[in-house]
Ligand binder design. Structure first.
Ligand code: NAP
Length: 453
């Protein structure tokens, strides 16, 4: 497995895949660590988790630089990601006990209650786009619930994976409570099949999710899937158009457009279509792609050259079928995996840009004449992760958010962001299950009924 800087093309490191017997040893060790850890008190776990939070903050620059190098994230976004990891550690350190407290139920028995017990070793298969945050939002609740964990991180961010393993060790968690499995995706099935691995979570693409769900199903293991998205944003006639355009550009360009909850499709009321389009294209045009270390850079390179080339193919094939390029849409010269901010319109059913996730700085503009048409366009997707509505009428916005849009999270007059205090996840082919908040920590526990006569 290779770590290659997507801005310079430099080979940073080559990582050895561990052997099947090393995988077996790590699974056995994770189970042994679980047998002890599950007996510990919440206050003990909380102390360790707070220590982890402190160490993350102490090392924030070094950790952020790792991401800049391995996957091209701009430095200011990398620093913000590290701070968010510290936040989620502190959040679960403070709230896990309350989220997993017994729930008393009144029945005819002398006592009836629900107890939340850890399951054992949980496998996490994680993506490269937020190489720290995706792992920490799993790790913090999972360890606080009393489980142990194994990480199979994306092959191109093994430096980040090793750093996370090291941080957990330094925070004083028991040996092997959280270990990195340096293996390729072809070997994930074998790990899921192991009797000591009790459940699996995957954050990644829909095809990877289907494969993991199939393996988990074959062995009757619990699975949680956080997959792709093609998030629609409805811009209504009464919206503050310049604020909507500013926020939509920001969401589309975050992480160079490589965010599952990035705003991707903009569905605009006919009356304000031209005004929104002018402001949106101007905002996208102001974005420059370049050195992720340079504070003046808006978007860094995409994480890998092959991903940049795939994105360009989606644009090229859509244009061949009649989509119109308003901005960008070409491969810049040089060896950096850069892609310019790109805006398409006249995108119709049958085109890649209509149906597929565009995992880079490419936006699609649609026009609607009636609200019903707008809602139909927004929901005409296999995905259901995030969505947004911009309107001055908050009642209408709430109604659309709650009842109209098919998604796991809908924001009114803002773009979707993950937040430790709010449940996060999708419907349809964006996956199932929820991370974060009380919902997240209850995914990998046995919800146990206890009745005392
Ligand atoms: P990916 O190719 O699916 O890879 C994600 C992880 O799954 C990697 O560790 C990868 O390992 C592994 N993997 C790939 N194919 C697999 C298979 N058949 N069986 C088992 N494991 C497999 O996705 P990505 O390109 O890294 O990440 C981008 C995708 O993630 C986008 O679709 C994005 O929307 C989604 N995402 C979703 C969320 C969310 O919360 N819903 C958050 C972030 C990203 P290798 O690297 O070794 O191939």
């Amino acid at each position: 497995m290779q770590s290659i800087c997507p801005f310079t093309g430099e080979l940073l490191a080559t990582h050895r895949e561990i052997t099947p017997s090393e995988v077996e040893a790590k699974i056995l060790q994770a189970d042994l660590a679980f047998q002890v850890w599950k007996q510990t008190s919440f206050s003990h776990r909380s102390q360790r988790m707070h220590r982890l939070r402190e160490i993350i903050l102490q090392k924030r620059e070094v950790l952020a630089l790792l991401m800049v190098k391995e996957m091209g994230k701009v430095l200011r976004e990398a620093l913000a990601e590290i701070d968010k990891c510290a936040w989620v550690c502190g959040y679960y350190a403070d709230h896990a006990e309350e989220f997993l407290a017994h729930e008393t139920v009144m029945t005819e028995a002398a006592e009836s209650f629900v107890s939340f017990q850890p399951l054992g070793t949980i496998l996490a298969v994680m993506p490269w786009n937020f190489p720290f945050w995706q792992v920490f939002r799993f790790l913090a609740p999972t360890l606080m619930a009393g489980n142990s964990a194994l990480l199979k991180h994306a092959s191109n961010v093994q430096g980040c994976a090793t750093a996370i393993e090291q941080l957990v060790k330094e925070a004083g968690f028991p040996d092997h409570l959280f270990d990195n499995l340096a293996i390729g995706s072809a070997r994930v099935r074998q790990v899921i099949a192991h009797p000591l691995v009790k459940a699996v979570t995957l954050t990644g693409s829909t095809p990877a999710g289907k494969s993991v769900a199939e393996a988990a199903g074959a062995h009757l293991k619990k699975s949680l899937l956080e997959l792709g998205g093609s998030d629609p944003y409805l811009i209504l006639e009464d919206a503050d158009i310049s604020e909507a355009a500013r926020l939509c550009v920001a969401s589309r360009l975050l992480n160079a457009g490589q965010s599952c909850i990035g705003a991707k499709r903009f569905i605009i009321a006919d009356a304000v279509y031209e005004d929104f389009k002018a402001l949106f294209v101007r905002g996208m045009e102001a974005a420059n792609c370049g050195d992720p270390m340079d504070p003046a850079t808006t978007i860094g390179p995409l994480a890998r050259l092959d991903l940049r080339n795939e994105l360009h193919q989606q644009v090229v094939s859509s244009v061949a079928q009649g989509a119109i390029v308003l901005l960008g849409g070409f491969i810049p010269e040089g060896k950096a995996a850069c892609y310019p901010a790109t805006v398409l319109e006249n995108v119709l059913p049958g085109m890649a840009a209509y149906h597929e996730e565009l995992f880079g700085p490419v936006a699609v503009l649609h026009r609607f004449r009636t609200l019903e048409e707008g809602i139909r366009l927004a929901n005409d997707t296999v995905f259901g992760l995030g969505a947004g509505v911009f309107t001055a009428d908050l009642d209408k916005g709430k109604l659309l958010a709650e009842k109209g849009l098919e998604a796991g999270c809908v924001f009114v007059n803002d773009f979707v962001k993950s937040d430790p205090r709010l449940p996060f996840g999708g419907i349809k082919e964006s996956g199932y299950g929820r991370e974060l908040a009380a919902f997240g920590i209850r995914e990998f526990v046995n919800v146990k009924t206890v009745v005392v006569k």
